[in-house]
Design a protein. Structure first.
Length: 223
């Protein structure tokens, strides 16, 4: 790991401070973070500013149905569930322990349903049941994200959006036998005529490692 140069470290601190200052407090979200830490849930959830951004996207779209692929401890689930009156969140989590903690953190939210199992199995079943979503959030294993994206497009309404997290971070995770990034998801989405998409760079909160500082998400709208 390498440290940030002082000028970048100061800029990062100011940026993070600005993001923190604009956030409104939420006891449910704070309790979820505490409970995740208590239960040794990996510290890989979205940041508070990213959660508020996702909530704003749902408000701008007036989304009523969200599909979340990768629940973890339910932190992002809460952001979605509290974003728009009347919204319903369908979430999928593969790890039983993570789902149990997410159920604890979302207890009392009657607009949340968390499925346990593999997204590659559950998403087709949801499609068979005629489920259509306004917004799909994909934050799960990289090697299946192209599959998740395809399934999501088929389940998202026209004008709906698909958000794939950590796309840039995953591009920086180079294989040991070379320095070629895995561009397959980017090319896959680019060549998909059903959507129009962009990739937005972001600054991570993990500034202790320069390689982990830069991240970004992919946002696609279904035509």
């Amino acid at each position: 790991m390498s440290a940030l140069p002082p000028i970048f470290s100061q800029a990062f601190d100011r940026s993070l401070d600005a993001q923190t200052r604009i956030l409104k407090s939420s006891s449910r979200l704070d309790n979820a973070v505490t409970n995740c830490t208590k239960n040794d849930i990996p510290s890989i959830a979205i940041s508070p500013s990213q959660g508020q951004y996702l909530a704003l996207l749902c408000q701008l779209m007036q989304a009523k149905s969200v599909l979340e692929v990768g629940t973890l401890g339910g932190y992002s689930t809460i952001w979605f569930a509290e974003s728009v009156p009347g919204i319903h969140v369908t979430s999928i989590e593969f790890n039983p322990k993570h789902r149990d903690v997410a159920l604890e953190n979302t207890k009392g939210l009657n607009n949340v349903h968390i499925h346990l199992g593999a997204a590659a199995d559950i998403m087709p079943k949801l499609a068979e049941d005629g489920k259509v979503f306004d917004f799909v959030f994909i934050d799960a294993n990289w090697d299946q994200q192209a599959l998740y994206f395809d399934l999501a497009v088929n389940m998202t309404r026209k004008g709906g959006a698909i958000y794939v997290d950590n796309v840039v971070r995953n591009l920086l995770d180079l294989p040991e036998d070379g320095d070629e990034a895995d561009w397959s998801l980017i090319e896959h989405v680019k060549n998909d005529e059903r959507v129009i998409a962009t990739l937005m760079p972001t600054l991570s909160t993990h500034k202790v490692d320069v390689s982990a500082l830069v991240d970004g998400f992919l946002l696609a709208v279904v035509k």
